[in-house]
Write a protein that binds this ligand. Sequence first.
Ligand code: ZN
Length: 277
Amino acid sequence: MVWNNPTGFSSEFLANHHPILLQETFNRIKAFLLYPPTCACTSLCHCQEKREQVILSLNTDLYNSIEETREHLDLYALRLFLKIPEDSVFRKCHGDAYPLWLIHEGFMKKHKAQHFKSVDQLVWTLLKLGHANSSPIFGLQTSLRRAIEELLGPLPLKKKREESLKTEQICGEKAYIGRFHTYKSVCHFIIAYRILKEELGHETWTEDFFFLQKPEHIERFLQISYALREDFLSLRTNNAKEKFLFSEDLLLPLPSWINDESIEALSNPLEEAAQVG
Ligand SMILES: [Zn+2]
């Protein structure tokens, strides 16, 4: 299950605890960014298990911070809501716990290798190409090969990269494509995070670990992710086998409470994609 689907909690409880639900949702997204579902594990894959451990660690940290500061909340209900086990279970499973510093380190490694930045560059280019080649009949036409050419210059790369290229070259063709396949299911979250930071006037892709604390920022992040996902699903390729670049079941959906009605007009960041410059 992707999202915490709390059953047995009243709508009043959920409305009162909406900031916590937002933070919990963001914690899950962090786990998916650390261990994407479309991983490249060749033998036994433990990614699902790792994701659950990451979510438990982040949610326990969230619970601890709430316990310290907001005593008036129903802590027992919150514990159930965040799926925090009894202390005795923690003691028994102590050796299997996923420490917070390791989550921090995982994001740091990805940051240093510019994983998120390169995925942002490539997917944003794909989206821009789609908007530049849109037609009522064929929809938004894009191409992975053309996007790579936009970033690296004409392929095959026999000659040195031309100086006139607009974008900063982060990695080679193979790495761009490899990262695209690894982060394909979560790339709307990666781009939404960058767009949100731009909206907030913050520098993008600096040393950070997908850190959002304010509920209104997480809400906005989820809304942008939702709008991007809708756009990504309409990207078509000229590949005869796979007509669409992303499929419904591949691109992680947003929780059901983020939907068309809950999002405000999001034209600004997406309009930018339409202007190929
Ligand atoms: Zn795996």
